[in-house]
Ligand binder design. Structure first.
Ligand code: F6P
Length: 401
């Protein structure tokens, strides 16, 4: 008999708790696994021995159903970068101590590019020191920018939220007879996947957003004015989707996280001001901000089910196949019908790396995306989970209840 531990790390999504549920459920199938510990605030929970027995928290089927539809991380998260153990192994010793103290033989880390850095470093350390503890990464990020996987859990739900919100913004923007320009700022630090996914509205005959700007393309204010002028000839209310990561002068906070990423926010506001000055018409900007990460009321059922499945597959990988140092990935088998398989890949291939939106899916003008992009995105946003409501408000699973 042995125990396992799971933790959640990085920015929230609507599907991270679904992966936690998948880990917990899969572990229950193995008679050799005694306790599934949840570490609070990611790797910090292991470092400081803040563990909780998940069977004390997830006690009923109802708990699991609620977990599936509760966004963010019930165990809390972190943006914590481990030092290289060649330089300083004190954190690694502390981590090993906690894991040994609780007889934990496998550790599952649900996270994005930076969290895979933790998986990689821990696994390298354990191998080098002949410590028999398995480490497996379970992907997640609304940015969809993890290499090696077709897509990441959390992305489909964020894309569905973005498209739904944009559709509502479009309805709102068309009420007046006067010309207007609406700029919607969408997350995605380095890669434009989430902004590009706003093209899914086209599947329902909606031409907006009329312009889509991604970090993968060169951006210039002169070109933006030219594109808007052209769009205004056709549309009274021009709708623009812009990634927070586009390369332009904007209000950068100058503040960085532990992994050196700059907090990006405010490009929409910046563009609103210059576009208003230039065109002199009604201009509004909307920053979807953190709402797009936790919009579980409009989550994609496909996304939540896949997140649960990949969490379970991670446990099988470590326990049945005795594997370690892997990140679980999705491999798309077919688009119609949509089918994906789950494949483990060496975590070294995705840690600290970003996967960018394909150049060949961007139009020649660099201001929109192609039908191939639409075909890629559509299956990921399908299906709606049954949401429980109380007093007219969706019920969330909360540890502090
Ligand atoms: O997790 C990715 C992400 O959501 C990016 O899209 C965004 O730029 C960043 O996190 C925001 O970071 P934080 O959660 O630290 O505010």
């Amino acid at each position: 008999m042995f125990n396992i531990a799971v933790a959640q790390s990085g920015g929230p999504t609507a599907a991270i708790n679904a992966s936690l549920c998948g880990v917990f459920e899969a572990a229950q199938k193995y008679s050799e696994i005694s306790t599934v510990y949840g570490a609070l605030n990611g790797i910090e929970g292991i470092l400081y021995d803040r563990l909780t027995d998940l069977s004390q928290i997830i006690t009923t089927e109802h708990d699991k159903n609620l977990l599936m539809t509760t966004p963010s991380t019930v165990l809390g998260s972190c943006r914590y970068k481990l030092k290289d153990f060649g330089e300083d192994d004190s954190e690694y010793k502390k981590i090993t101590e906690t894991l040994n103290k609780h007889d934990i033989k496998a550790f599952f880390y649900i996270g994005g590019n930076d969290s895979m850095d933790t998986v990689m470093k821990l696994d390298d350390y354990f191998r080098e020191n002949n410590i028999d503890i398995k480490v497996i990464g379970i992907p997640k990020t609304i940015d969809n920018d993890l290499p090696e996987t077709d897509h990441t859990p959390g992305f489909g739900s964020a894309a569905k939220y973005v498209a739904t919100s944009l559709q509502e913004i479009i309805r709102d923007s068309r009420v007046y007879s006067i010309p207007s320009i609406t700029i919607v700022e969408i997350m995605g630090r380095e890669a434009g996947w989430l902004t590009a996914s706003s093209c899914v509205l086209r599947a329902n005959g909606e031409p907006a957003p009329h312009l889509i700007y991604l970090p993968e393309c060169e951006f210039s204010e002169k070109k933006l004015y030219h594109d808007i002028e052209k769009a205004q000839k056709q549309y009274k209310a021009v709708i623009i989707a812009v990634s927070e990561g586009i390369d332009c002068v904007r209000s950068k906070s100058g503040i960085t996280d532990a992994f050196g990423h700059t907090y990006l926010s405010g490009v929409g506001k910046y563009l609103e001001n210059i576009v208003r000055d230039h065109f002199g018409c009604k201009v509004r900007s909307i920053e979807l901000n953190v709402m797009q990460r936790c919009g579980s009321h409009i989550a994609s059922l496909t996304d939540l089910e896949e997140a649960r499945r990949i969490g379970g597959a991670a446990v099988d990988e470590a326990v049945s196949r005795n594997n370690t140092g892997m990140m679980m990935t999705f491999a798309r088998i077919s688009n119609n019908p949509y089918r994906v398989g789950i494949v483990p890949v060496d975590v070294h291939k995705s840690a600290n790396k970003a996967r960018f939106f394909p150049k060949e899916w961007i139009n020649e003008e660099g201001n929109n995306v192609t039908i191939d992009a639409l075909n890629y995105f559509l299956p990921l946003i399908q299906g709606e989970p049954a949401i429980e409501f109380q007093n007219g408000i969706p019920v969330h699973f909360r540890l502090d209840q």
